[in-house]
Design a binder for this molecule. Structure first.
Ligand code: PEP
Length: 253
């Protein structure tokens, strides 16, 4: 099992630059006391990265982006490249969040290219996988997440795989208030760990596998107590410093 737990807040399409600066300041003050025990990052929208980064300077709270395009520069209106994210102060980037897959057509192949581009720029990608409700109900969960993770990591060497994080986010649990039980989460995390052992045997046990999907202060400790749950990717609850801190505290137990 990986050492330090990792709690990452995905702010989605919320907060202006000024609001993000204020929230980053609050998160920094609240999370810094736990930084020896828990790694913490926030993932604001592109337009707020700079403002949030200014507030995090000199702290141990990481900054990440929600998406990336795989080319480094060019005529790709509306896109942002991995070197641009590094320039904006990012350490992390999400790849394949289910909202990108669902609403913006991100395919397994696009997620693979984004993951590869992020690694090439020195970022740490957080590769998101997860099944829909019909996929779970038809018993296809492990097949779906297995396909997604194998596709995202295809062609990467063990050293590259060692630099990424995997996030298991059941689509039916995101923003719905429905959380996977700790047993459901552990079952999928263990299956993902087995795939990582196959692809990068020496690194697999140290790669963090986060759970995401309606994580709140009152369910975080239980989910995070599972042997293969190494942290959480938190959406809604990361927009309130108090709730986010409650989840970080849950990771210290
Ligand atoms: C997410 O956006 O990654 C997420 C898990 O959202 P929520 O915590 O709101 O379900």
């Amino acid at each position: 099992m990986a050492g330090k737990k990792f709690i990452c807040g995905n702010w989605k399409m919320y907060r202006t630059a000024a609001e993000a600066g204020a929230l980053a300041r609050e998160v920094r003050a609240a999370a810094e006391p736990y930084a020896d025990k828990v790694e913490v990052a926030i993932v604001p929208p592109f337009t707020a990265l700079w403002a949030a980064g200014v507030e995090l300077k000199g702290s141990r709270i990481g900054l990440g982006a929600q998406d990336v395009f795989w080319e480094t520069q060019g005529a790709f209106t509306g896109e942002v490249s991995a070197p641009m994210l590094v320039d904006a102060g990012c350490r992390y980037v999400l790849a394949g969040h289910s909202e990108r897959r669902q609403f913006f057509g991100d395919t397994d192949e696009a997620v693979r290219k984004k993951t590869r581009a992020a690694l090439a720029a020195g970022l740490h990608p957080i590769v998101c996988v997860g099944e829909t409700l019909p996929e779970r109900e038809s018993g296809r969960t492990l097949e779906v997440v297995g396909r997604q993770v194998r596709a995202a990591l295809a062609g990467l060497d063990a050293g590259e795989i060692a630099r990424l994080t995997v996030a298991y986010e059941p689509v039916w649990a995101i923003g719905t208030g429905k959380t996977a039980t700790s047993e459901q989460a552990q079952e999928v995390h263990a299956a993902l760990r087995a795939i990582l052992r196959e692809l990068a045997p020496a690194a697999a046990d140290a790669i963090r596998i986060l759970y995401g999907g309606s994580v709140k202060p009152d369910n975080a400790a239980e989910l995070l107590s599972q042997p293969d749950v190494d942290g959480a990717l938190v959406g809604g609850a990361s927009l309130k410093a108090l709730d986010f801190t409650g989840i970080i505290q849950g990771a210290t137990r």
